[in-house]
Design a binder for this molecule. Sequence first.
Ligand code: GLN
Length: 255
Amino acid sequence: MKVTICHLYPDLMNIYGDRGNIIALTRRAEWAGLEVAVRRVGLGERPDLRECDILFVGGGQDKEQALVAEDLAEVKARSLIDAVEDGLALLAVCGGYQLLGRYFKTGSGQVLPGIAVLDAWTVAGNKRCIGDVIVGCQLDGRPRTLVGFENHSGKTYLGHRSRPLGQVLFGHGNNSEDGSEGACYLNAFGTYLHGSLLPKNPWFTDYLLQKAIERRYGRAALLPPADDTVENLAHRAVIARIQRRGKMDTGVLRR
Ligand code: GLN
């Protein structure tokens, strides 16, 4: 089996090590015996995104987001929306997540239009949400945790067409108010978790790979298992560090 990973705006949208997500997807796919190709897609390019298997876009600051918002709307929107409706596995982090929603209103009052793949909207708040995050989620029918790092001023709110990726167990998440983190629609996921996210959350890396091969090779196609011992040690180390600070419900590891 082969997977093609599309890294969208790799030069403009890549902060806090977001490129590590591409490395994690590539390595875990290779360890599972898959052939992997990574395609970098920048401003002005108009590929048919339905042809890729996983699409990733990272975070960026307001200046980069303004450039990307225009290109997304004018060059990539149709192809990206069609691909998501077709079941494309998509992961968008922070600034990329904000632009997949309806709009992002920046701190200076500028409204950057999004392409509304996710039913979400974002308004800059007056304090930054910074620090470690732990999220509880049930994507694959099992109780799971995601660990990461957030740094955003935007507060994101979800409409009824998107569900949260999970519930915040520690940190701020979408808006510091309603306990939600991230958004999902079909196999498209937006999240505030940098870190990079996927190296420390191998179950989520494999979940995205599984969705990608199901779409290309049919529902019976199974991702062969790959060793995740070291990755899970890193995952648990983040949770343990936060628990030592005595700030988190210690029941999370048993959930
Ligand atoms: N500019 C956005 C915010 O601060 C996104 C930042 C980021 O991607 N880390 O909300």
